[in-house]
Design a protein around this ligand. Structure first.
Ligand code: C2O
Ligand code: CU
Length: 484
């Protein structure tokens, strides 16, 4: 055989191999889509429309252990109101901005039409001082969600603009009680006011972001919740902090996590299995004992502890574990409920997903920015693939197609990675395969670590992907994903 013919033949064989490989991958990822569709189920909507009014305003409130803190809030409360709607119903939220600054509302983790996602310029015009905007959408997924502004979030969320969105499902079991815990930390100055260091380099805009000196649950340091002996309780936990991570421990209580970021897990998870990074939510099932060796446990206290250690911070509550809240036994239930912990039985495994080709790599990094520095800005910018927000060409992502993304961390810092408009599944962490039996919208990227994720977009539009450490996103660590 002549050499050129041999070459052609080889090329033919090679291209046959490549195309059959592509074919095999496609077969597999089509299977992933099928599994995912079955897991999500059909979107069906009722005709019910639940209406809420939300007003963002400047306020003086008793929060963080102080009598009167100058804050920004929704409906003059921190956290803002709990919006509670049934899966399949629709909401109409009449939002009015009475703040001196522009804002928007983003429905964190919720799959809403792109135009309702609350990202300024990208999905809507910012809501100017004195102006209003109506958010309307159907509730596709049940679970624990939250909402917050997407304009200067590092300042607006910190000043108190956040609220909880609960979407109930008909399959939710009847707990004796439900307790919502919104975690936040506040950086207060000597006057007991929120430290105004939002745009200061080496202030908030230091590497670790704003870590506060007062941790609060529902706006209060160390609150106590009364619970009945023998009660079955659902905790809905939301981390609304700018930069602080948490991990729970509730000594001597029978407690497991059964949902992450609103999504039911395929198996129960130990409390210490899940880091609750900024933006994350977990749902916890607790069985409060009825008695102890036949004796009443009236008055007994269960501590909810935080065991996540941050390496460094300007705040002064660095030594853990810290107690975040207490559960105190008061009274007892008549009947101890014994239903199984709610779990999802059809979470796609996507077990071969790590072997599929990587469609995109996002490297989270810092970069010296002398241009910005000499015009009075920050010296360090926080970038994704070398560019800060506004400099990227949006990443293209095909609708209904499995994507394998790799996310790397070139910094010695934490980055909670958040995708708008879609859920993803963590496939590997720091190079090691993991079996996370659930989908999420935010995952903590460990310092110098990496993540591989699998994701299928179900809704077209321009969706944000960013670091949810809000000072990092303020410094540029955001980008857009264009789903078509
Ligand atoms: Cu909590 Cu871009 O969002
Ligand atoms: Cu970050």
């Amino acid at each position: 055989m002549e050499i050129s013919k041999f070459g052609k033949c080889l090329a033919l064989v090679a291209s046959f191999f490549v195309s059959s490989l592509v074919f095999a991958v496609n077969l597999q990822t089509n299977e992933y889509l099928k599994e995912y569709n079955e897991y999500l189920g059909e979107n069906t909507f009722t005709k019910n429309i639940v209406e809420y009014n939300l007003t963002a305003a400047t306020s003086l409130l008793a929060v963080a252990g102080k009598k009167s803190v100058s804050t920004w809030s929704y409906n003059l409360q921190i956290p803002g109101p709990i919006l509670r709607v049934k899966q399949g119903d629709n909401v109409k939220i009449n939002f009015t901005n009475t703040l001196p600054v522009k804002t928007t509302i983003h429905w964190h983790g919720m799959r809403v039409p792109n135009a309702m996602d609350g990202v300024p310029i990208v999905t809507q015009k910012p809501v100017m001082p004195g102006a209003s905007f109506t958010y309307e959408f159907g509730l596709v997924d049940a679970g624990t969600y939250w909402f917050h502004p997407h304009v200067r979030s590092h300042e607006q969320v910190e000043k108190g603009l956040y609220g909880v969105f609960i979407v109930e499902s008909n399959e939710d079991p009847e707990y004796d009680d439900e307790i919502v815990l919104v975690l936040d930390d506040w950086l207060l100055n000597d006057e007991g006011q929120i430290e105004d260091s939002f745009d200061i380099n080496g202030g908030d805009l230091n590497a670790e972001g704003r870590l506060g000196n007062v941790i609060t649950v529902n706006g209060k340091p160390l609150p106590t919740f009364d619970v009945k002996a023998g009660a079955r309780i659902r905790l809905r936990v939301i981390n609304a902090s700018n930069a602080r991570n948490y991990r729970f421990k509730i000594p001597s209580a029978e407690a497991v996590i059964f949902a992450v970021d609103g999504n039911l897990s395929g198996r129960t998870l130990a409390l210490n299995e899940i880091n609750i990074a900024p933006g994350n939510r977990v749902d916890i099932d607790i069985k409060i004992p009825h008695s102890k060796e036949g004796n009443s446990i009236e008055g007994t206290i269960f501590d909810i502890k935080n065991t996540f250690f941050h390496r460094e911070a300007r705040g002064n509550i660095l030594k853990g574990p810290q107690v975040l809240a207490k559960l105190r036994i008061k009274g007892s239930v008549d009947i101890v409920k014994d239903f199984p912990v709610p779990l999802a039985d059809n979470v796609p495994k996507w077990s071969g997903a790590l072997k599929t080709p990587i469609n995109e790599t996002f490297s989270f990094d810092t970069k010296l920015d002398f241009g910005a520095f000499f015009s009075g800005g920050p010296l360090v910018s926080f970038v994704i693939n070398g560019k800060k927000y506004g400099e990227h060409i949006p990443t293209k992502m095909a609708l209904n197609q499995f994507q394998h993304y790799r996310i790397t961390n070139g910094t010695g810092l934490y980055h909670p990675i958040h995708f708008h408009g879609m859920f993803f599944k963590v496939l590997s962490r720091d190079g090691k395969k993991v079996d996370e039996p659930f989908f999420r919208d935010t995952a903590l990227l460990d310092y110098d670590g990496s993540l591989e994720i699998g994701v299928i977009a179900k809704d077209p539009g321009s969706w944000m992907m960013h670091c949810h450490l809000l000072e990092h996103s303020a410094l540029g660590m955001m980008t857009l994903i264009e789903v078509k």
